[in-house]
Design a protein around this ligand. Structure first.
Ligand SMILES: [Zn+2]
Length: 169
């Protein structure tokens, strides 16, 4: 969390004319990230790291239960490069909810991070489901967000909508 805030502060220092007030805020942020004004930290800075996949309104489904070979989704660990494999069929049966996946206290931060709407639908028009996956090599954790649709009885489509590194859990 610290490097990210320091990077942000450095960028501000380079691009904006410094006033004593701005300097005070930047120094306070570097010294104590928790003290930063809320409008400069739209996300909980200690929860989310690198974004691997961002939500997309038009992304096609990644997994169709009628095509079982599509159930595996792969991405590279942002920390060590190891290929991480997710079983999208298993995520379907887990039924991970935004209110419980990282505890109720983090639900609002997850909604803000993935830009979830008030209706509660996923970006593909399905139902959002969540899962935490760890890198088998370095144990870095990732929050996975998928949309689940059921276009006909028991035919489920799973669309990958978000993968973000978790800095803490
Ligand atoms: Zn790793």
């Amino acid at each position: 969390m610290r490097p990210r805030i320091v990077t942000r502060a450095t960028r501000v220092l380079r691009s904006v004319r410094r006033t004593p007030e701005l300097e005070r805020v930047i120094l306070a942020t570097i010294e104590n990230p928790e003290s930063a004004p809320m409008d400069s930290l739209p996300e909980k800075a200690n929860l989310f790291g690198a974004r691997i996949v961002s939500p997309d309104l038009t992304r096609p489904p990644s997994f169709d239960v009628l095509h079982p070979h599509t159930r595996e989704y792969r991405f590279d660990c942002a920390a060590c490069g190891t290929v991480i494999q997710i079983d999208l069929d298993a995520i379907l049966s887990e039924d991970g909810r935004v209110d419980s996946i990282l505890g109720a206290e983090n639900a609002a931060a997850i909604r803000a991070h993935f830009d979830l709407n008030m209706v509660g639908k996923s970006h593909d028009g399905g139902w959002p489901r969540f899962h935490v996956e760890r890198c088998s090599s370095c144990r870095t954790a990732y929050l996975i967000y998928v949309g689940v649709k059921e276009p006909s009885n028991s035919r489920f489509l799973v669309t990958m909508q978000g993968i973000t590194q978790l800095v803490t859990e």
